[in-house]
Design a protein around this ligand. Structure first.
Ligand SMILES: NC(=O)c1ccc[n+]([C@@H]2O[C@H](COP(=O)([O-])OP(=O)(O)OC[C@H]3O[C@@H](n4cnc5c(N)ncnc54)[C@H](OP(=O)(O)O)[C@@H]3O)[C@@H](O)[C@H]2O)c1
Length: 337
């Protein structure tokens, strides 16, 4: 962002009623983004409904590509198919389009950006991909550790909140937990199995190699964002019965020797990281604390017993609706001011 006041921009949020879209409205306000006009778009189902926002009362408009074309910045929070159909036309019309789906993340011509790590990848792109939520949270910590010690191999185990599956995922957790406690039948439609008092080691579809698509996204996207095309990274992604904020246990093997003290020094200066590492006093990253925060909490920093002085274990926790989606998208928009 330049030091002189940037000119206000016309901003459209498409998918404004969803888990991510609603957060985008708040994040624009919390970061004092210079908004000249805010357009909120969703499906026909929501059209005409009014919503209170920090920018005043707004009427939801049914998405129509022609109605969105005049905006300077378009934040897309719908599906991959929707993005494939509409994002190129909106970008060609001159808007900066920031897409939250996976539609363009693996396209070599589309930058995949976490501003703390690879802001320069923006260039003069008009279409930008926002990473998968788990990846965005992980790389905020992995990026500075890679710069300082070099990443050789990474193993990630995730504990992902129900809102990662959208507003309906949170609603299913709430309703089915109530049903379970009241002795009523517990059914599931968003998740493959009941989520209350359970955890599900499947997020997205299984691939031929036995990993899920969510797990492979973490591998593919971390490589692209960190610029390490051959990084060995294995992920196991698990859905757990929390509302929001994803947690991740991350083990790294480094190229240069690393110690917990040296890692703490690096992470305490890293943008977007909140060092949360005082285990003796019960201070470590947790979803309840990370919820609503912009920073990613990093703690439980210790030498990994397998990799010794070239290994580190960390636990990270970040609000995936913020750093994993809405905040990261707005930060990308800020790069263009
Ligand atoms: N949830 C997360 O943690 C997370 C994190 C990173 C990325 N993402 C990605 O962000 C995107 C949105 O996810 P979400 O979790 O916010 O989903 P969601 O809660 O299910 O919301 C979906 C939004 O899309 C709108 N929509 C659906 N069909 C539409 C259409 N034909 N035209 C215009 N709007 C339409 C919905 O509007 P109506 O209410 O009118 O149906 C709603 O606003 C997805 O690509 C997702 O993979 C999600």
């Amino acid at each position: 962002m330049s030091s002189s006041s940037p000119s206000p921009r016309r901003v459209a949020i498409v998918g404004a009623t969803g888990a991510v879209g609603r957060e985008m409205v708040d994040v624009l306000h919390r970061r004092s983004f210079p908004v000249a006009e805010l357009g909120l778009f969703a499906s026909e189902r929501s059209a005409g409904r009014t919503v209170e926002t920090p920018f005043g009362e707004k009427t939801l408009v049914a998405f129509d590509v022609e109605k969105v074309k005049g905006y300077d910045i378009v934040l897309l929070a719908v599906s991959g198919d929707f993005a494939k159909q509409h994002a190129p036309a909106l970008a060609s019309a001159g808007a900066l389009v920031i897409d939250n789906s996976s539609a363009f993340r693996y396209d070599d011509n589309v930058p995949l950006i976490v501003p703390e790590i690879n802001a320069s990848a923006l260039g003069d792109a008009k279409l930008v991909a926002n990473p998968n939520c788990t990846t965005a949270i992980a790389v905020v910590a992995l990026g500075p550790l890679h710069k300082a010690f070099g990443l050789k191999r990474v193993i990630v185990s995730t504990y992902q909140a129900t809102s990662g599956a959208g507003a309906e995922g949170m609603a299913e957790l709430e309703e089915q937990t109530r049903n379970q406690l009241e002795g009523k039948p517990v059914t599931n439609s968003v998740f493959r199995h009941p989520i209350p008092f359970n955890l599900i080691p499947q997020i997205d579809a299984f691939q031929d190699n036995g990993y899920t698509k969510e797990e492979m996204k973490v591998t593919w996207e971390t490589r692209k964002i960190l610029g390490i095309p051959d990084l060995a990274l294995s992920c196991t992604a698990v859905r757990i019965p929390t509302y929001r904020a994803h947690s991740e246990a991350i083990t790294i093997e480094t190229l240069s020797p690393v110690s917990p003290q040296a890692a703490r020094a690096v992470l305490s200066d890293a943008p977007g990281v909140k060092l949360t590492d005082d285990p003796a006093n019960g201070v470590y990253p947790m979803p309840l604390n990370a919820t609503g925060q912009f920073d990613v909490e990093v703690g439980r920093i210790r030498t990994n017993l397998v990799f010794g002085d070239h290994g580190l274990d960390i636990f990270v926790c970040g609000d995936q609706l913020l750093k994993g989606a809405a905040l990261n998208a707005v930060q990308i928009a800020e790069l263009s001011l």
